[in-house]
Design a protein around this ligand. Structure first.
Ligand SMILES: [Zn+2]
Length: 279
């Protein structure tokens, strides 16, 4: 597949107003132009401007590219797309767009029964593990708090994030839609909200994780699964005054110790809210 980031960003120009139909001549008056039309459904309209939303979009082009590149030229990352129909037939992302094609682009869309047609995604999103981009540190911690496996580093480059997705099959969480357009990023989600607690709720809802939450089972700092530990194992790592509590958890990677301290109630309240809102 073509790496979009290595191409000129706009290989196709938008059809000027009033030239939605085939004119027969290109802008230079010599080469014949091809025309394809695109329609985006449901949440994919989040990526379009108000003017473009829910309308048929026309693209003129002289060289056909992959349908992935065409879709992303509208600002819609391929990771948000679950099904592409061309003239009513499902295609994969490598399909080369031809003159006269009518392209329908659907998001992950549960109410639409598309079980009988093949989707563009190579594998279903099972075994959900995440990698969060550098701007989503709070969301990463909240997801860990809820028990999900999240990789996060505050200095990871875009290329490193893309490699983690490709190598480990993780879902990339980001607010940067252009990061999701990289070809090696086959699983990703563009986080709409800017507020961390709302982001947590959004991700739990989007991936239907309400029933998979395992609160307080992972290290918030490094994401490792915690182990139960007795007082003797943790006594040198906790402040005086917590001895009376007997439920400790220890991170085997970074040695951080967790117990039901003052933050615990607040965190439990947050997770209860997410669970209630997501169900
Ligand atoms: Zn840790």
């Amino acid at each position: 597949m073509v790496d979009f980031s290595q191409r000129r960003l706009s290989p196709w120009s938008k059809a000027p107003a009033g030239t939605g139909s085939m004119t027969g001549l290109g802008a230079d008056g010599t080469s014949p132009m091809s025309v394809a039309s695109f329609r985006f459904y449901a949440e994919l309209n989040d990526f379009l401007s108000d003017k473009e939303e829910s309308r048929e979009q026309v693209r003129q082009f002289d060289v056909g590219g992959s349908v992935k590149d065409f879709i992303e030229s509208f600002g819609v990352p391929h990771t948000e797309v679950d099904l592409v129909l061309v003239n009513g037939h499902p295609v994969d992302f490598s399909y080369t767009v031809r003159d006269g094609d009518r392209v329908s682009v659907y998001p992950v869309f549960e109410s639409l029964d598309i079980s009988s047609v093949s989707r563009v995604r190579r594998e279903p999103l099972r075994d959900l593990r995440f990698v969060a981009d550098v701007h989503l540190g709070r969301l990463a911690a909240y997801l860990r708090l809820a028990g999900f496996d999240v990789r996060y580093g505050n200095s990871a480059s875009d290329a490193e994030l893309a490699r983690v997705v490709a190598r480990e099959g993780r879902v990339l969480l980001t607010r940067d839609r252009y990061l999701l357009m990289r070809a090696e990023v086959s699983r990703g989600y563009w986080v709409r909200s800017t507020e961390p607690r709302q982001q947590l709720l959004e991700v739990v809802k989007w991936f239907d994780l309400g029933g998979s939450m395992r609160p307080f089972t992972r290290c918030l700092k490094c994401g490792t699964a915690l182990r139960e530990a007795g007082w003797e194992a943790v006594r040198e790592r906790v402040p005086p005054g917590v001895r009376g509590r007997n439920a400790f958890r220890l991170c085997p990677t970074c040695q951080r110790v967790y117990w039901e301290g003052s933050h615990y109630v607040r965190m439990r309240t947050l997770l209860a809210w997410v669970k209630a809102e997501a169900s």
